[in-house]
Design a protein around this ligand. Structure first.
Ligand code: PLP
Length: 325
């Protein structure tokens, strides 16, 4: 039975409590309750998907505080995503958004959380596909979000499947921009493979080369080197960039940014995914073929261990990547 505490009565109708209820949202410069953070129904972005967003993680550090991972890089990517999409005149500076993210974590009293800034267009320019006036809005929400693919996935690895949906051609959408509308492609691919009993979708580009997963970059480890597709076809993942730096500098394994074929995945010693949400997730099976020994690989687990120590503030050298809250 629903209690008064986890329900909301509006116009006589009871609304079931959602995962974000009770939190505060930063909306165009002000903190508001999640239930008051509403957008107009004729928001241009809602209808046509023109908007840009970020996914950022804040971790509880072992000293008891909290730290946001690579906040500056995420804010930079948000701005260049908007630049690619010609969403200019963002009404807040990078510094204001940076500080708003920190304040939002504090005000919500979160220790570890996921943070979602979004830049979108309101309704002032009307609803034509071409509009002269972009009333650019910015909102930031945050919530507690555990392991994206589950704790077990981090330990034992996931089963992935190559989707029948190709990643968009570079001249269809622009993959360097983390834009809202293009996630339809990821949603279709993920739905397809989850419905078929797999955990995650791997997507090929329109020439048939391996691109990335529905929300993660992909890496293989084969006989002494690591390989990941070049940035020409994938989102420039901030975890991808962090992983490359750790692999080269701490694990001393050479990293190649080169095209990967589907069969190269099958015969790799190890495959893993990186992303803010998925962190470093081993892949133990692709298209019903075991990868390596069919379990999380040693190189992947070593990278994961170094990564988690860094994000939890246990590695002095990489404190440069953390913004203390
Ligand atoms: C399609 C796609 N590729 C890769 C990534 C990984 O990027 P990051 O490590 O910056 O989260 C994401 C997640 O944002 C994504 O959605």
């Amino acid at each position: 039975m629903m209690t008064k505490k986890n329900s909301d009565v509006k116009n006589g109708k009871t609304k079931k409590a959602g995962p974000f209820d009770g939190s505060k949202v930063w909306m165009d410069g002000e903190f508001v309750d999640y239930s008051d953070a509403n957008i107009p129904i004729n928001s241009h972005s809602l209808h046509y998907g023109l908007g840009a967003f970020e996914g950022i993680r804040c971790y509880e550090t072992l000293k008891g505080g909290s730290a946001i991972f690579r906040l500056k890089e995420h804010i930079d990517r948000l701005y260049y995503s908007c630049h690619i999409l010609q969403i200019n005149d963002i009404p807040f500076s990078k510094e204001e958004i940076f500080n708003a993210v920190i304040e939002l974590v504090k005000i919500n009293k979160f220790k570890g959380c996921y943070i979602r800034p979004i830049v979108y267009i309101g309704d002032e320019g009307g609803l034509g596909i071409f509009i002269k006036k972009y009333d650019v809005k910015v909102a930031i929400s945050a919530w507690v979000w555990g392991a994206y693919l589950g704790e077990e996935a981090l330990k034992s690895g996931i089963r992935a499947k190559v989707s029948s949906y190709a990643r968009f051609h570079v001249n269809t959408f622009m993959g360097m921009s983390k834009s809202t509308g293009q996630y339809i492609n990821s949603i279709l691919a993920k739905k397809e493979v989850v419905n078929a009993g797999y955990d995650e979708a791997i997507m090929l580009d329109t020439s048939g080369f391996v691109c990335e997963a529905s929300g993660e970059n992909i890496f293989i480890y084969s006989d002494g080197y690591i390989k990941t597709p070049p940035l020409s076809s994938v989102l420039p993942g901030i975890t991808r960039n962090s992983a490359i730096e750790i692999i080269q500098n701490e694990m001393k394994i050479p990293v190649k940014e080169e095209r990967i074929t589907r069969d190269e995945l099958y015969i790799a010693n190890e495959v893993f995914l990186t992303g803010t949400a998925a962190e470093v997730t081993p892949v133990r099976e692709i298209d019903d073929r075991k990868i390596g020994k069919g379990k999380a690989g040693d190189v992947t687990l070593e990278l994961q261990d170094i990564f988690f120590k860094i994000v939890k503030g246990q590695n002095k050298k990489y404190e440069k990547w953390l913004t203390k809250v």
